[in-house]
Write a protein that binds this ligand. Structure first.
Ligand code: GDP
Length: 297
Protein backbone atom coordinates (compact mmCIF):
# COMPACT_ATOMS: atom_id res chain seq x y z
CA UNK A 1 0.00 0.00 0.00
CA UNK A 2 1.50 3.33 -1.01
CA UNK A 3 1.43 6.49 1.05
CA UNK A 4 -1.49 8.10 -0.79
CA UNK A 5 -3.56 4.97 -0.28
CA UNK A 6 -2.85 5.01 3.45
CA UNK A 7 -4.20 8.55 3.61
CA UNK A 8 -7.29 7.56 1.65
CA UNK A 9 -8.00 4.60 3.92
CA UNK A 10 -7.73 6.72 7.06
CA UNK A 11 -9.90 9.44 5.55
CA UNK A 12 -12.47 6.83 4.55
CA UNK A 13 -12.49 5.33 8.02
CA UNK A 14 -13.07 8.78 9.52
CA UNK A 15 -15.73 9.42 6.89
CA UNK A 16 -17.64 6.34 8.05
CA UNK A 17 -18.41 8.25 11.25
CA UNK A 18 -20.54 10.61 9.17
CA UNK A 19 -22.76 7.89 7.84
CA UNK A 20 -23.41 6.36 11.24
CA UNK A 21 -26.80 7.34 12.71
CA UNK A 22 -25.24 7.64 16.14
CA UNK A 23 -21.53 7.80 16.86
CA UNK A 24 -21.13 5.51 19.83
CA UNK A 25 -18.37 3.35 21.28
CA UNK A 26 -18.95 0.56 18.75
CA UNK A 27 -18.76 2.96 15.81
CA UNK A 28 -15.57 4.50 17.16
CA UNK A 29 -14.05 1.04 17.68
CA UNK A 30 -14.88 0.00 14.13
CA UNK A 31 -13.35 3.23 12.80
CA UNK A 32 -10.16 2.80 14.84
CA UNK A 33 -9.90 -0.83 13.79
CA UNK A 34 -10.00 0.22 10.15
CA UNK A 35 -7.34 2.90 10.74
CA UNK A 36 -5.16 0.40 12.61
CA UNK A 37 -5.43 -2.11 9.77
CA UNK A 38 -4.46 0.54 7.24
CA UNK A 39 -1.45 1.60 9.32
CA UNK A 40 -0.30 -1.98 9.79
CA UNK A 41 -0.60 -2.65 6.09
CA UNK A 42 1.51 0.46 5.50
CA UNK A 43 4.17 -1.15 7.69
CA UNK A 44 3.83 1.04 10.73
CA UNK A 45 5.27 -0.74 13.73
CA UNK A 46 2.63 -2.71 15.60
CA UNK A 47 3.34 -1.09 18.98
CA UNK A 48 2.90 2.39 17.51
CA UNK A 49 -0.44 1.39 16.06
CA UNK A 50 -1.64 0.07 19.42
CA UNK A 51 -0.53 3.32 21.08
CA UNK A 52 -2.43 5.42 18.59
CA UNK A 53 -5.58 3.42 19.13
CA UNK A 54 -5.35 3.65 22.92
CA UNK A 55 -4.52 7.33 22.95
CA UNK A 56 -7.40 8.26 20.68
CA UNK A 57 -9.79 6.22 22.84
CA UNK A 58 -8.50 7.94 25.96
CA UNK A 59 -9.03 11.36 24.43
CA UNK A 60 -12.43 10.63 23.03
CA UNK A 61 -14.51 9.66 26.01
CA UNK A 62 -17.94 8.91 24.60
CA UNK A 63 -19.71 8.95 27.97
CA UNK A 64 -18.38 12.30 29.03
CA UNK A 65 -18.69 14.02 25.70
CA UNK A 66 -21.40 16.66 25.75
CA UNK A 67 -24.29 15.92 23.47
CA UNK A 68 -24.43 18.29 20.55
CA UNK A 69 -20.66 18.25 20.26
CA UNK A 70 -19.54 17.17 16.84
CA UNK A 71 -18.06 13.82 17.78
CA UNK A 72 -16.73 13.19 14.32
CA UNK A 73 -14.66 16.40 14.47
CA UNK A 74 -13.31 15.51 17.91
CA UNK A 75 -12.27 12.05 16.73
CA UNK A 76 -10.77 13.42 13.52
CA UNK A 77 -8.70 15.92 15.49
CA UNK A 78 -7.52 13.23 17.91
CA UNK A 79 -6.39 10.95 15.06
CA UNK A 80 -4.64 13.87 13.33
CA UNK A 81 -2.82 14.88 16.52
CA UNK A 82 -1.78 11.30 17.26
CA UNK A 83 -0.31 10.88 13.78
CA UNK A 84 1.58 14.16 14.18
CA UNK A 85 2.89 13.12 17.57
CA UNK A 86 4.04 9.78 16.13
CA UNK A 87 6.16 11.81 13.74
CA UNK A 88 7.42 14.21 16.35
CA UNK A 89 11.02 13.37 17.10
CA UNK A 90 11.67 15.96 19.75
CA UNK A 91 13.39 19.31 19.71
CA UNK A 92 14.16 20.42 16.13
CA UNK A 93 16.72 22.92 17.49
CA UNK A 94 19.06 20.01 18.12
CA UNK A 95 19.38 19.52 14.39
CA UNK A 96 20.29 23.10 13.53
CA UNK A 97 23.67 24.09 12.11
CA UNK A 98 25.81 26.64 13.93
CA UNK A 99 26.61 29.74 11.92
CA UNK A 100 30.25 30.82 12.04
CA UNK A 101 31.47 27.49 13.45
CA UNK A 102 32.58 24.21 11.93
CA UNK A 103 29.68 21.80 11.55
CA UNK A 104 30.60 18.18 10.97
CA UNK A 105 27.68 16.10 9.76
CA UNK A 106 28.00 12.35 9.28
CA UNK A 107 25.54 10.45 7.06
CA UNK A 108 24.77 6.79 7.74
CA UNK A 109 22.43 4.25 6.20
CA UNK A 110 22.26 1.04 4.23
CA UNK A 111 23.63 0.77 0.71
CA UNK A 112 21.19 2.16 -1.82
CA UNK A 113 19.26 4.18 0.77
CA UNK A 114 20.30 7.34 -1.05
CA UNK A 115 23.13 8.60 1.18
CA UNK A 116 25.43 10.00 -1.47
CA UNK A 117 22.57 11.62 -3.36
CA UNK A 118 21.22 13.07 -0.10
CA UNK A 119 24.63 14.38 1.02
CA UNK A 120 24.79 16.39 -2.18
CA UNK A 121 21.23 17.66 -1.84
CA UNK A 122 21.95 18.68 1.75
CA UNK A 123 25.21 20.40 0.81
CA UNK A 124 23.52 22.22 -2.05
CA UNK A 125 20.66 23.41 0.16
CA UNK A 126 22.94 24.84 2.87
CA UNK A 127 25.22 26.37 0.27
CA UNK A 128 22.24 28.36 -0.99
CA UNK A 129 21.69 29.49 2.60
CA UNK A 130 25.21 30.86 2.85
CA UNK A 131 27.21 27.96 4.31
CA UNK A 132 30.48 26.76 2.78
CA UNK A 133 29.99 23.00 2.50
CA UNK A 134 32.49 20.30 1.57
CA UNK A 135 32.01 16.56 1.14
CA UNK A 136 34.20 13.69 2.32
CA UNK A 137 33.82 10.20 0.87
CA UNK A 138 34.49 7.69 3.65
CA UNK A 139 32.95 4.84 1.66
CA UNK A 140 35.72 2.39 0.85
CA UNK A 141 33.36 -0.58 0.68
CA UNK A 142 31.58 0.03 -2.59
CA UNK A 143 33.69 0.26 -5.74
CA UNK A 144 32.80 3.47 -7.52
CA UNK A 145 31.53 5.25 -4.41
CA UNK A 146 34.23 7.94 -4.61
CA UNK A 147 33.62 8.50 -8.31
CA UNK A 148 29.91 8.92 -7.65
CA UNK A 149 30.48 11.46 -4.88
CA UNK A 150 33.02 13.27 -7.02
CA UNK A 151 30.58 13.51 -9.89
CA UNK A 152 27.76 14.76 -7.65
CA UNK A 153 29.99 17.25 -5.84
CA UNK A 154 31.43 18.59 -9.09
CA UNK A 155 27.94 19.12 -10.48
CA UNK A 156 26.94 21.02 -7.34
CA UNK A 157 30.29 22.85 -7.29
CA UNK A 158 31.18 21.62 -3.84
CA UNK A 159 34.75 20.73 -2.81
CA UNK A 160 35.26 17.04 -2.07
CA UNK A 161 37.83 14.72 -0.57
CA UNK A 162 38.42 10.98 -0.98
CA UNK A 163 41.05 8.40 -1.84
CA UNK A 164 41.49 5.61 -4.35
CA UNK A 165 44.22 3.93 -2.32
CA UNK A 166 43.50 4.35 1.38
CA UNK A 167 41.36 1.47 2.60
CA UNK A 168 40.55 2.64 6.14
CA UNK A 169 37.39 4.79 6.06
CA UNK A 170 38.16 6.33 9.47
CA UNK A 171 41.55 7.55 8.18
CA UNK A 172 40.02 9.11 5.07
CA UNK A 173 37.27 10.72 7.13
CA UNK A 174 39.76 12.25 9.52
CA UNK A 175 42.06 13.50 6.75
CA UNK A 176 39.15 15.01 4.85
CA UNK A 177 37.75 16.76 7.90
CA UNK A 178 41.18 18.12 8.85
CA UNK A 179 41.76 19.46 5.34
CA UNK A 180 38.41 21.23 5.15
CA UNK A 181 38.72 22.63 8.65
CA UNK A 182 42.02 24.23 7.60
CA UNK A 183 40.36 25.58 4.50
CA UNK A 184 37.71 27.26 6.63
CA UNK A 185 34.76 25.21 5.43
CA UNK A 186 31.93 25.54 7.95
CA UNK A 187 29.88 22.50 6.88
CA UNK A 188 31.82 19.27 6.43
CA UNK A 189 29.67 16.37 5.29
CA UNK A 190 31.01 12.86 5.78
CA UNK A 191 29.44 10.21 3.55
CA UNK A 192 29.96 6.67 4.83
CA UNK A 193 29.69 3.13 3.46
CA UNK A 194 26.62 1.01 3.61
CA UNK A 195 25.99 -2.68 3.31
CA UNK A 196 23.01 -4.44 1.82
CA UNK A 197 22.11 -5.75 5.22
CA UNK A 198 22.56 -4.69 8.82
CA UNK A 199 25.90 -6.27 9.65
CA UNK A 200 28.11 -6.05 12.70
CA UNK A 201 31.06 -4.93 10.55
CA UNK A 202 29.10 -1.95 9.27
CA UNK A 203 28.17 -0.74 12.75
CA UNK A 204 31.73 -1.16 13.96
CA UNK A 205 32.92 0.91 11.00
CA UNK A 206 30.36 3.62 11.79
CA UNK A 207 31.63 3.79 15.37
CA UNK A 208 35.19 4.15 14.14
CA UNK A 209 34.36 6.90 11.66
CA UNK A 210 32.33 8.75 14.29
CA UNK A 211 35.21 8.50 16.76
CA UNK A 212 37.62 9.82 14.10
CA UNK A 213 35.61 12.90 13.12
CA UNK A 214 33.50 13.59 16.21
CA UNK A 215 30.40 14.84 14.34
CA UNK A 216 27.92 17.36 15.78
CA UNK A 217 25.17 15.66 13.83
CA UNK A 218 24.60 12.10 12.64
CA UNK A 219 21.93 11.79 9.97
CA UNK A 220 20.27 8.44 9.31
CA UNK A 221 19.21 8.16 5.67
CA UNK A 222 16.40 5.70 5.03
CA UNK A 223 14.69 4.52 1.89
CA UNK A 224 11.03 5.45 2.38
CA UNK A 225 9.87 2.35 0.57
CA UNK A 226 11.28 -0.20 2.97
CA UNK A 227 8.62 -1.87 5.04
CA UNK A 228 8.55 -3.41 8.48
CA UNK A 229 12.36 -3.58 8.49
CA UNK A 230 12.44 0.20 9.13
CA UNK A 231 12.07 0.07 12.88
CA UNK A 232 14.87 -2.44 13.52
CA UNK A 233 17.16 -0.87 10.95
CA UNK A 234 16.80 2.60 12.40
CA UNK A 235 17.22 1.26 15.92
CA UNK A 236 20.41 -0.60 15.02
CA UNK A 237 22.01 2.56 13.58
CA UNK A 238 20.81 4.59 16.53
CA UNK A 239 22.42 2.13 18.92
CA UNK A 240 25.82 2.21 17.22
CA UNK A 241 26.12 5.94 16.56
CA UNK A 242 24.35 8.93 18.01
CA UNK A 243 21.68 9.42 15.31
CA UNK A 244 20.00 12.79 15.85
CA UNK A 245 17.88 13.14 12.74
CA UNK A 246 16.36 11.13 9.93
CA UNK A 247 16.08 11.87 6.21
CA UNK A 248 13.59 9.76 4.29
CA UNK A 249 14.31 9.29 0.60
CA UNK A 250 12.28 8.17 -2.40
CA UNK A 251 8.97 9.53 -1.15
CA UNK A 252 8.20 10.22 -4.80
CA UNK A 253 7.97 6.49 -5.49
CA UNK A 254 6.03 3.67 -3.94
CA UNK A 255 6.75 4.61 -0.37
CA UNK A 256 4.38 3.12 2.15
CA UNK A 257 4.97 5.84 4.67
CA UNK A 258 4.92 3.52 7.64
CA UNK A 259 8.69 3.32 7.58
CA UNK A 260 8.92 7.04 8.24
CA UNK A 261 6.75 6.75 11.32
CA UNK A 262 8.70 3.77 12.61
CA UNK A 263 12.13 5.36 12.06
CA UNK A 264 11.17 8.35 14.19
CA UNK A 265 10.02 6.09 17.00
CA UNK A 266 13.14 3.92 16.81
CA UNK A 267 15.62 6.82 16.87
CA UNK A 268 13.55 9.28 18.91
CA UNK A 269 14.78 11.80 16.38
CA UNK A 270 12.94 14.10 14.02
CA UNK A 271 12.72 13.77 10.26
CA UNK A 272 14.38 16.89 8.93
CA UNK A 273 14.12 16.48 5.17
CA UNK A 274 12.56 14.19 2.60
CA UNK A 275 13.87 13.21 -0.82
CA UNK A 276 11.31 13.38 -3.58
CA UNK A 277 13.40 12.50 -6.63
CA UNK A 278 16.86 11.81 -7.96
CA UNK A 279 17.71 15.42 -8.74
CA UNK A 280 19.50 17.88 -6.50
CA UNK A 281 16.49 20.17 -5.99
CA UNK A 282 14.10 17.31 -5.21
CA UNK A 283 14.51 17.76 -1.49
CA UNK A 284 12.09 19.30 1.01
CA UNK A 285 12.11 20.32 4.62
CA UNK A 286 9.87 18.07 6.67
CA UNK A 287 7.00 19.30 8.81
CA UNK A 288 4.93 16.68 10.61
CA UNK A 289 1.72 18.75 10.57
CA UNK A 290 1.98 19.37 6.86
CA UNK A 291 2.89 15.76 6.13
CA UNK A 292 -0.13 14.43 8.01
CA UNK A 293 -2.34 17.15 6.53
CA UNK A 294 -1.27 16.09 3.06
CA UNK A 295 -1.65 12.42 3.94
CA UNK A 296 -5.24 12.93 5.02
CA UNK A 297 -5.87 15.28 2.08
P1 GDP B 1 23.77 5.18 -1.24
O1 GDP B 1 24.24 3.81 -1.60
O2 GDP B 1 23.03 5.17 0.07
O3 GDP B 1 24.82 6.23 -1.28
O4 GDP B 1 22.63 5.57 -2.32
P2 GDP B 1 22.71 6.50 -3.61
O5 GDP B 1 22.81 7.93 -3.23
O6 GDP B 1 23.72 5.95 -4.54
O7 GDP B 1 21.24 6.28 -4.20
C1 GDP B 1 20.76 5.03 -4.65
C2 GDP B 1 19.75 5.27 -5.78
O8 GDP B 1 18.60 5.93 -5.23
C3 GDP B 1 20.28 6.18 -6.87
O9 GDP B 1 19.84 5.67 -8.11
C4 GDP B 1 19.63 7.53 -6.56
O10 GDP B 1 19.47 8.31 -7.73
C5 GDP B 1 18.31 7.09 -5.99
N1 GDP B 1 17.70 8.09 -5.09
C6 GDP B 1 18.24 8.70 -4.02
N2 GDP B 1 17.33 9.53 -3.43
C7 GDP B 1 16.20 9.44 -4.16
C8 GDP B 1 14.88 10.04 -4.06
O11 GDP B 1 14.55 10.82 -3.16
N3 GDP B 1 13.98 9.67 -5.02
C9 GDP B 1 14.27 8.79 -6.02
N4 GDP B 1 13.32 8.49 -6.90
N5 GDP B 1 15.48 8.20 -6.12
C10 GDP B 1 16.43 8.52 -5.22
Amino acid sequence: MVLAELGQRITQALGSLNSAAVVDEAVLDACLKEIATALLQADVNVRLVANLRNNVKKRVNMDQMASGLNKQKVIEKAVFDELVSMLDGGDPKKTELRKGKTNIVMFVGLQGAGKTTTCTKYAHLWKKKGFKPAMVCADTFRAGAFDQLKQNATKAQIPFYGSYTETDPAVIAQQGVERFKKEGRDLIIVDTSGRHKQEAALFEEMRQVAAAVNPQHVVFVMDGSIGQAAFDQAKAFHESVDVGQVIITKLDGHAKGGGALSAVAATKSPITFIGTGEHMHEFEGFEAQKFVGRLLG
